[in-house]
Design a binder for this molecule. Sequence first.
Ligand code: GLU
Length: 424
Amino acid sequence: MSVVLEKKATPIRNPFEVAQRQFDIAADALQLEEGIRIKLRVPRRCLTVSVPFELDDGSWRVVQGHRVQHDVSRGPAKGGIRFHPQVTLDEVKALAAWMTWKCGVVNLPYGGAKGGIEVDPKALSMHELERMTRRYTNEIAIIIGPEKDIPAPDVYTDAQVMAWIMDTFTMRQGFASPGVVTGKPISLGGSLGRREATARGCTCAIEEACKHLGLQLQGMTVAIQGYGNAGSIAHDLLHARGAKVVAVSDSRGGIHSARGLDPKAVQAHKQNAGSVVGAPGTDRISNDELLELKVDILIPAALENQITEENAPRIRPKILAEAANGPTTPDADPILHENGVFLIPDILANAGGVTVSYFEWVQDLANYFWTEDEVNQKLETIMRRSFADVVSIAEKNHVHNRTAAYMLGIGRVAEATRLRGLYG
Ligand code: GLU
């Protein structure tokens, strides 16, 4: 008698393997031909650089930086730059691939890219941060540019960092080049509405999901993990629409109040104390507890691998809106789907950021700037249309929303790749 021992597959946590797994599922559903499949599974180009810079005490430090261009068949590469101690080349490769599919989902004429530096920016002074950013820009300048690859903000980078990138690139060129980067300050050719764009796009997708499910956003309870570019502004926008945000968190921990959290009070506390933790009138909770709260809407707005096969059975919001990139692992997806969680996948939920980046780039190239209303209206049109496209693919093909979004994004990139063929 033979005993067959069933070996449990180790769950995938490496972000690039996660991205490839998600790609494979959608490629199967699209019955993508082998050639296109093997081409789109891997990045076009990865550049790793050493970034030496001077610390304030006169000593030198060297950190590793990366810029990955995943695909450029539909236009120049586009995607943010993150400064975080956990950055790895594989993470940047995953984030670049997700940018390609994201630009495909919302139908922008871009391919995908991402950059990152393996550093804790909170441990650097403002001058150190500037010197590091400028040297990194100099090292990747050989592959970026308004027609080639256009960086933007991501985790722990902001408009000031973009201004340094723009200045460094411009000084190298010898003429103003505002279109080399998006998410800039308004006075340097930034776009009105860009700072709020990721949260606004996410809020718009949530409104569409509520309509689709026959729910009223007003009065719904919300938990938000992460209080940066996306999370803190989502708090504002959802509060303004009458939703009750009962829990938020940042890297130091979370806070909860059953009565609801006032965004102005929490933001003021974070400004002074450096964290949302300890905001008056709130109870402390952990980031893990926040994810498992009984809420109507859950918004992961921090890092990857937060919702896994381990905690997914206990995560049961009506709507899960992924403002972060890659917060849910492939093994968690079927669990959430079976439990009836309505997923707005990252490449749709957070696509508002790159959409308004595209508007910024168009305005820079034309030297003609739009009003905030124009920006917001155009953003909402794109978000609503893309939401409808994803849901209709999900229904037609009996797949969940992540696979549907991938089918939409990958389908567009595959078509461009097929039409162009191979060079050389
Ligand atoms: N970092 C953002 C993202 O992950 C924005 C990228 C961009 O605007 O290019 O989508």
